[in-house]
Structure formats: structure tokens, C-alpha cells
Design a binder for this molecule. Structure first.
Ligand SMILES: [Zn+2]
Length: 265
């Protein structure tokens, strides 16, 4: 997450006997003794996936959504100075054409000022804004504002279809790239436990050599957590093969993993 903390999303939990005791879930073991059950649970955590998505890709203006996720993919904003029937008709036609092509589009012809509309739809994360003013009408073009890059450009009215065919993949690629860059910027290689605390204080995450992710590494994990006041080993980086060089940051044994350490929510 942007503040350097980790958010737990779909995973399993070892609940232990935390719930079986208060709910009296028990069984009789082979010696006829009553024992409390040991439980695990698994949750896909859809709400958390969305929360993580919004937090990771949003910016100071609000949400930034990918084409697939966005409830509205395009918003059309007429820039009116007084009444202009022709301009509104162009917007209505454009809106209908896009709808027919299966684009989730909305024509904002409310009484708000263009600036208010811009802010509102940017906050809502609509990937593409199409502005139509008297100049666009005259020149038969459209002004496009992209939510992923913040760039504004003019395109010919006839080019819109082609533009919207390419844009979804570009938007996804840009948002992913920006998030990856942010991830890289949060990464601090550490060699001592003191360095970990320093990195976390600066809202970064620590990356370190680690002895074992099996049970024999538990002691190191507990020591690390105690000495850093609650930071935890969050595991290896998904989809990346990172080779350790050196010794475990806690016990000094030969490292077998490169792990990330952060606080969680
Ligand atoms: Zn160790």
C-alpha cells in the first residue's frame, strides 16, 4: 500500500482454538477425552481486493479505475457558454453511438460547471473524459482527457472508435507500471534490525535475507517482530525469483530466501 504497510488479501488463517473454545466445538479423541477443535478458514475477501485496488491505483484526485472495472468507462462533458443546441445534439449522438458499441458511457448535461464535472468524474475514476466545446464542434474533433496519465489530447471525431479500441489495454499497462514503480520506490534493502525500524518509519518496506520460511524460521520471525515492535515477515515477492546473498538478518545462518518485512493494517 502507498503508506508502506501490507494489506492481507485472500488467504488462509490458522484460527487455532480461538473459536472452538467459546463456541464449544469439541470432539472425543481416541482415548475418549474431550478436545477442542483446531480450525482454519479461507476467504476470497472481495471487498479487500477492491480496497487494495483503489488504494494502490488512486491518486490525490480520487479513484483511477481500469476499463474493465469502471462502472462508467467514458463521460462526455459539453462545454457550454449559454445555449447551444447543435453542441448538445452532437453530445447526445456521440453518447448513443458509444452505447451501441457496448461502451459504458454517460453524458453529463447537468447544470454544474465544467470544472465541477471534471472534478467529480475524476474522483469517481472514469478512465476517459470526452470534452465537446464550440471549438471542437467547429473543427469536428474531440478533446480527450485520460485519468491514468492526466494527459489531454485532441482527436478527430471519426477517430474515437479506434481510440477506444486501444485505450483499455494502455490504461491497464500504465496503471500497472505506475504501481510497480511505486513498489520499487518503497523497497529498502536492509542488513540489520535497526535498518528495518528506520525503513518502516519512513513508510517503506524492508527487504532482507532470511534463513527459512518453514517452521524452523519461526524463532527468527518472532524475534524480528519483537525487536521492531510489530513488523512482520510478509513472505517472498510473488512472481519473482529473488536470490539471497549472505546470511539471515536475525540468526546469521545461510539465507535461503529474500523476504519483505512490513507492518500490516
Ligand atoms: Zn534466521
Amino acid at each position: 500500500m502507498p503508506d508502506g504497510r501490507f494489506l492481507q488479501i485472500p488467504s488462509t488463517h490458522l484460527l487455532g482454538q480461538n473459536f472452538s473454545k467459546p463456541f464449544n466445538i469439541s470432539y472425543e479423541d481416541k482415548d475418549g477425552e474431550k478436545k477442542y477443535g483446531w480450525q482454519t478458514c479461507f476467504g476470497p475477501a472481495v471487498g479487500r481486493i477492491f480496497a487494495a485496488f483503489l488504494a494502490a491505483h488512486g491518486d490525490n484526485q480520487g479513484m483511477r479505475l481500469t476499463w474493465e472495472v469502471a462502472p462508467l468507462q467514458v463521460v462526455i462533458v459539453p462545454i457550454l457558454h449559454g445555449e447551444n443546441k447543435e453542441l448538445i445534439e452532437k453530445c447526445i449522438k456521440l453518447n448513443e453511438e458509444l452505447k451501441e458499441k457496448g461502451v459504458r458511457t454517460y453524458l453529463d448535461d447537468s447544470d454544474k460547471t465544467p470544472g465541477e464535472k471534471f472534478n467529480h468524474w475524476e474522483m469517481m475514476g472514469v478512465p476517459i473524459r470526452v470534452e465537446v466545446g464550440s471549438k471542437e464542434l467547429e473543427e469536428n474533433n474531440l478533446t480527450i482527457k485520460r485519468r491514468d496519465t492526466g494527459k489531454r489530447e485532441k482527436i478527430d471525431s471519426e477517430e474515437l472508435s479506434g481510440y477506444l479500441e486501444k485505450a483499455p489495454e494502455e490504461i491497464l499497462r500504465n496503471l500497472k507500471k505506475q504501481a510497480e514503480e511505486e513498489f520499487e520506490g518503497k523497497k529498502v534493502n536492509v542488513n540489520t534490525i535497526k535498518d528495518i525500524s528506520k525503513a518502516l518509519k519512513e513508510k517503506k518496506m524492508a527487504r532482507a535475507n532470511w534463513c527459512s520460511l518453514e517452521l524452523d524460521g519461526e524463532e527468527c520471525a518472532e524475534k524480528l517482530s519483537a525487536e521492531t515492535k510489530g513488523a512482520k515477515v510478509r513472505g517472498e515477492r510473488h512472481g519473482a525469483k529473488e536470490t539471497p546473498s549472505g546470511e539471515c538478518i536475525v540468526c546469521g545462518k545461510k539465507a535461503k530466501h529474500v523476504i519483505y518485512i512490513a507492518k500490516e493494517y
